[in-house]
Unconditional design. Structure first.
Length: 734
């Protein structure tokens, strides 16, 4: 709906442009408006587009989605505008004098005939020019935002673009809208292409064709690929994205390769196309890994067999041959990979390694890709573990990069990284750069877990390359009587249907005929578990985002059941999502700049920056007007989100199986009825089940579960680290 109103008072405006305003409408009704209004000033008359909402403290408010300024149309409104203080050199006395002389034509005089201002006592040539320049500056900024909105940008996007490109942003975008894709978060090819149409860019513009090719590769990157076959790139760009002939696409692709923006390489008989930086990450990672492997320092002589025997007595257990080889390999090799499913003893091996290294006075660093995974290592080993981002010290020395690199490496004799299946090629490359000469690297992970959310297939490529020592653990030590979760995880991984004996088991199947019945059961279970507090942290995991049992719909249903609206709870709407105090939320993109504070009882407080894709937390506070949302993450980091940062947050009562990687929950609920074969496969089921520590509940169709166990298909992930590692091994150039 539309409302015309005058800005009476600006109550709050943040750096992002989020503003809280007291308005007066044409009937003299006073009301509050909230939204992105960076160019609204006191005394201005605005045409507001939005909707009415109800705030628990401040009552009825108008949520502004967009606005346009309406020129002041009376002496009274002109006086209010001029006396607001937004024009340099104009206070209330000067404003009164200007309006008294020129009436409702005062702004036209300031804009077009500023020399007439000198007719007023106290205004000379210098001051009249200052008033004119200040007024024109305000008009220019307003016109910039109007121009951006006419091109199709939201106010939120307009603020980002203006800050990035400056006052010439409208013309820059009209010349080449596709530059936005690389420069502005959340603006992809489709948005830029729509803007290009509004700006009159022709359908077969070279700008457009090259942007379409980049879009294909960026979409492939978002699906986990570091490269794609040349024919696939051309076909997708020509037919699916651009709707143009193949020949101009081939020509544009060749130009991008010649310029070095894209890299073409023949691997396994296929011509593969890379974004240049992903090609570098994979190639250089192979070089770095080989260098680490061949340059580890020789450790002081120690009786490893005797140490293992001593620790077996201490811990009351006995390692099998493979486990012993894993422990010994950590001391004999510069790089080693230890892989195995749940219950195969990976944590036990880590405890042995850590104890022996500490007895040898070696400096050890423990790390994992996520905060939850790092906390789990800390809990199981009794030693501090950090996220890889913290280990690499993001933002050190006032930069936006990791402080730790080849020029300032991590000071350690050995680095142990758990949950390696989650590590993408970008993070892996940053880690390898920061490993000091002589330091050992021990990587632990499950070969059969889903690949990382980001691009690359690091753990799998390293193992399949044969270039790095690998110990595969296969025997299960948490036996069936103690954990059906472990037993069934291995059954699933071997293509066998999980065994469900009784509801007393820690692995339970609840049959439901359809999606709606499954949804109702999942919601009821979550409410019951919350009320009883009997199952620890409960997490619903879904293979997909869409449909009745997808992440989006489940989050809406679970929020309504577990954290409904209340007069005692502040809310903040962002897009189609309402965030409420008490909500479980997840960060869905890396934000390296967002500041946080960690305060843990008995420890000094810690400040830092960076929240990352997959971090889960709870909304603790929403300031009046929704200007700031405070989120406490599960590793005790407290971060404040402004309006722009909220685009990176989603509800997390339900999350995708892929997003759950590296996390462990007391109880996992998997609603499974049916879905696309690409998502309803063995890998997804195995990963979802292995996220649970104490209980797994599968709700839905037994036929669906059987189908997932049998379905080993999935989208092929293109990556090249395996090739580069094989190449290093064959040439042995290090």
């Amino acid at each position: 709906m539309q409302i015309k109103a005058t800005v009476n008072r600006i109550r709050y405006r943040g750096d992002s442009g989020w503003t809280v305003i007291d308005f007066v409408d044409e009937t003299n009704l006073r009301f509050s408006g909230v939204g992105m209004m960076p160019t609204a000033y006191e005394g201005e008359k605005l045409e507001l587009n939005g909707e009415w909402t109800v705030h628990k403290t401040y009552g009825k408010q108008f949520s502004v989605q967009s606005f346009t300024a309406v020129a002041p149309d009376s002496s009274e409104t002109v006086l209010r505008y001029l006396s607001s203080g937004i024009i340099k050199g104009v206070g209330l006395p000067t404003a009164n004098a200007i309006v008294k002389m020129f009436g409702d034509s005062a702004l036209e005089v300031i804009e077009n005939e500023p020399e007439k201002l000198m007719l007023i006592s106290g205004i000379g040539k210098v001051k009249s020019k200052m008033i004119h320049d200040s007024y024109m500056e305000k008009i220019a900024v307003r016109d910039i935002y109007l121009g951006l909105q006419e091109l199709g940008f939201t106010m939120n996007q307009s603020v980002k673009i203006h800050k990035l490109y400056g006052d010439g942003c409208v013309q820059m975008i009209k010349e080449n809208p596709y530059r936005l894709i690389a420069d502005v978060d959340q603006i992809g090819f489709k948005t830029a292409d729509k803007i290009a149409q509004n700006a009159g860019i022709v359908h077969d513009s070279p700008f457009r064709i090259k942007a379409g090719i980049r879009h294909v590769l960026n979409e492939a990157k978002n699906d986990g690929n570091t490269c794609l076959p040349r024919e696939t790139v051309i076909r997708k760009a020509s037919e699916e994205i651009l709707g143009v002939d193949i020949i101009p696409v081939e020509n544009a692709l060749n130009e991008l390769v010649i310029s070095g923006e894209l890299i073409e390489k023949e691997i396994g008989g296929e011509e593969l196309i890379f974004l240049s930086y992903l090609h570098y990450y994979e190639m250089h990672s192979a070089v770095c890994l080989y260098d680490i492997m061949n340059n580890a320092e020789v450790l002081p002589l120690t009786d490893i067999d005797g140490e293992i025997t001593r620790l077996e007595r201490k811990f009351g257990l006995e390692l099998d041959e493979k486990q012993q080889n894993a422990v010994k390999g950590a001391f004999d090799e510069g790089v080693i990979v230890i892989t195995g499913g749940p219950g195969t003893g990976k944590t036990t091996i880590l405890r042995f390694m850590i104890e022996i290294m500490e007895d040898m006075d070696l400096k050890l660093e423990l790390a994992a890709p996520t905060g939850r995974a790092a906390k789990r290592i800390s809990d199981t080993t009794g030693r501090e573990a950090r996220t890889i981002h913290r280990l690499l010290e993001y933002g050190g020395y006032g930069t936006e990069e990791f402080a730790k690199n080849e020029n300032d490496p991590i000071e350690a004799d050995a680095i142990i990284v758990d949950e390696m299946s989650m590590v993408d090629i970008s993070l892996f490359h940053s880690l390898l750069r920061a490993v000091a000469p002589g330091t050992r690297l021990i990587m632990v992970g499950d070969f059969d877990q889903l690949p990382p959310v980001g691009p690359g297939n690091v753990l799998r490529d390293i193992i399949l390359s044969g270039a790095v020592p690998v110990v595969r653990l296969t025997d299960i030590y948490r036996q069936a009587g103690r954990s059906m979760i472990v037993v069934n995880a291995h059954r699933i991984n071997h293509g066998q249907i999980p065994v469900v004996d009784s509801r007393e088991s820690d692995f339970v199947f609840i049959s439901r005929p359809g999606m709606e019945e499954t949804l109702d059961t999942v919601v009821s279970m979550c409410r019951e578990f919350r009320d009883s507090g009997s199952c620890g942290d409960v997490q619903v995991l879904c293979p997909m985002k869409a449909n009745v049992l997808g992440v989006q719909n489940l989050n809406i249903s679970l929020q309504a059941a577990l954290n409904p609206p209340s007069p005692d709870k502040e809310e903040r709407r962002y897009g189609d999502t309402v965030f409420r105090v008490g909500d479980r939320v997840m960060q869905v993109r890396n934000n390296y700049d967002l500041e946080w504070k960690r305060t843990v009882y008995g420890k000094p407080s810690e400040d830092g920056a960076g929240v990352f894709n997959g971090d889960i937390g709870t909304v603790m506070e929403i300031r009046p007007g929704g200007s700031v949302v405070k989120i406490l993450f599960d590793d005790e980091r407290l971060a404040e989100y402004g309006a722009q940062e909220l685009e990176d947050i989603e509800l997390a009562y339900a999350v995708s199986v892929h997003k759950s990687q590296g996390s462990e929950f007391s109880t996992v609920i998997l609603p499974l009825v049916y879905g696309p074969p690409m998502l309803m496969n063995r890998n997804i089921l195995y990963t979802g089940v292995t996220r649970a520590r104490d209980h797994v509940y599968i709700v839905g169709s037994a036929k669906c579960v059987e189908g997932m166990v049998r379905n080993v298909s999935g989208a092929k992930r293109y990556s090249a680290l395996e090739f580069f590692l094989r190449q290093m091994k064959e040439t042995d150039i290090c």
